[in-house]
Design a protein around this ligand. Structure first.
Ligand code: ZN
Length: 354
C-alpha cells in the first residue's frame, strides 16, 4: 500500500470513529459539571414544581381561599341535631355556613352547609324540616337528612331538591355504638359526594353567592363584644364572645364552650346574623312542628368585626340566597370564614348584645 493510501485509510477510520463516538458521547455531554449561574436557573423550576400551589380560589359560600376543585363541587346541606343527647356534634367547625333555629318543643336544630372542606365525621344527622329544605335549595345543595314528616317529601319533590335521605341512601351513613338511636347517625362528605355520583345527581350546579370583604384592621375593632340568644330553655341558650385578635365570635351553648367532637375545636364564627322571621306552629301538627317564612323581607342584625349592623333581609324566590342590606341600602359583605345564621322569632325570642 502506498503511503498516501495508508494516510487516507487512517483518516477515514478516524472520521468514522469520531462519528460513532459522537453519538455515544452525546448523552454524556449533558452531564458535564453545571456552572453556578446555570445551576441557579435550573433550580428555579424545580422549586416551584415541588411546592404545593397556594389556595387562591374563593369558596363561593364563605369566601375562604381554597383550591378550585373544592369550590366547584356541589354543596351539601346536612341536618344536624342539637338535642342534649346529641352533643357534642361532629363536623360543625368545618361547615361554611350554619343555620340554627327551633325545630319543636324548644329544641334547636342546625343545617350545616359544607363545601370547601372535606369532613370525615358529620352528625348526628336528623330529620328534615320544610324551611330547611327551602334554604338548602338556595345553594342547589344535596340535601342530607334522616327521614321527616310526609309534607317535607312533597316540598323536596316540588322544589326539585337533590335528596340524599338516609332512608333511601343508607350506604352513605353509619351508626355509632357509643350513643343510642336516634342520636347516633353519622356521615362524611366523601360518602355523600360518592353516593350523589352513584345516583346520577349533577356534580356542579349554579347558585348565587354572597359578597365578601377582608377583616377590618385590628385598630378599628372593639376590645369586647358579645351576643346572647335565648331560644327557649336554658339548654339551648347561645352566647357568642368576640375575640378581637382573631376577629371571631367564639360560640357557647348552655353556658359551655361549644366544641366540635371531631377535632375538639371551639366553634367560632367570622359573622353572626340574627335574622327575624315570622314563626308559627303548624295547625293540627301532632308534634307541634313550626313553620318559618323565609322569603320576602324582614329585619336582621349582622355582627362582624366586633360591631353590629342593623339590616334588612331580602329573598324573593327559592333559588335566591338571602341578602342583607344596611340602613343606606348597601348590601352587607361578609368577612371570609364561617357564618352562623340565627333564625329568630321576633315575638318570642330575646336577643341581647354588647
Ligand atoms: Zn367554604
Amino acid at each position: 500500500m502506498k503511503p498516501i493510501y495508508i494516510i487516507l485509510a487512517i483518516l477515514l477510520s478516524l472520521l468514522l470513529m469520531t462519528a460513532v463516538s459522537a453519538t455515544v458521547i452525546w448523552p454524556l455531554v449533558n452531564e458535564r459539571p453545571v456552572l453556578e449561574d446555570e445551576q441557579a436557573i435550573a433550580q428555579t423550576p424545580t422549586t416551584t414544581t415541588t411546592e404545593a400551589p397556594q389556595p387562591e380560589f374563593p369558596c363561593p359560600i364563605d369566601g375562604e381561599y381554597t383550591h378550585e376543585p373544592n369550590a366547584t363541587r356541589r354543596p351539601l346541606a346536612v341536618m344536624i341535631e342539637n338535642h342534649v343527647d346529641a352533643r357534642p356534634q361532629s363536623g360543625l367547625s368545618d361547615a361554611c355556613v350554619v343555620y340554627e333555629t327551633v325545630a319543636e318543643g324548644g329544641i334547636t336544630r342546625f343545617m350545616a352547609v359544607f363545601l370547601h372542606e372535606g369532613v370525615a365525621t358529620i352528625g348526628p344527622v336528623r330529620s328534615a324540616r320544610e324551611y330547611f329544605v327551602d334554604l338548602a335549595r338556595a345553594y342547589n345543595a344535596l340535601y342530607v337528612h334522616c327521614g321527616g314528616p310526609a309534607t317535607v317529601y312533597e316540598v323536596i319533590k316540588n322544589l326539585d331538591v337533590a335528596d340524599l335521605d338516609e332512608f333511601a341512601n343508607s350506604e352513605a351513613y353509619w351508626r355509632i355504638k357509643k350513643r343510642k338511636a336516634p342520636h347516633n347517625l353519622y356521615t362524611s362528605t366523601e360518602k355523600l359526594w360518592s353516593k350523589a355520583k352513584d345516583r346520577g345527581f349533577e356534580s356542579q350546579v349554579f347558585y348565587q353567592k354572597p359578597n365578601f370583604k377582608d377583616d377590618d384592621a385590628p385598630e378599628l375593632r372593639p376590645s369586647n363584644a358579645s351576643i346572647n340568644l335565648d331560644f327557649s330553655k336554658p339548654e339551648f341558650r347561645v352566647h357568642y364572645e368576640y375575640d378581637r385578635n382573631k376577629n371571631t365570635y367564639n360560640r357557647f351553648m348552655a353556658g359551655q364552650p361549644h366544641k366540635d367532637a371531631a377535632n375538639n375545636e371551639l366553634i367560632s364564627a367570622k359573622n353572626v346574623v340574627v335574622q327575624y322571621v315570622p314563626v308559627a306552629k303548624i295547625a293540627d301538627d301532632p308534634k307541634g312542628r313550626m313553620q318559618l317564612n323565609l322569603r320576602g323581607t324582614g329585619q336582621a342584625m349582622v355582627f362582624q368585626d366586633g360591631r353590629v349592623i342593623f339590616a334588612t333581609w331580602q329573598r324573593q324566590t327559592v333559588s335566591e340566597i338571602t341578602r342583607y342590606f344596611d340602613s343606606a341600602g348597601s348590601e352587607i359583605k361578609f368577612n371570609r370564614g364561617q357564618t352562623w345564621i340565627e333564625l329568630v322569632d321576633p315575638a318570642t325570642m330575646r336577643v341581647d348584645y354588647q
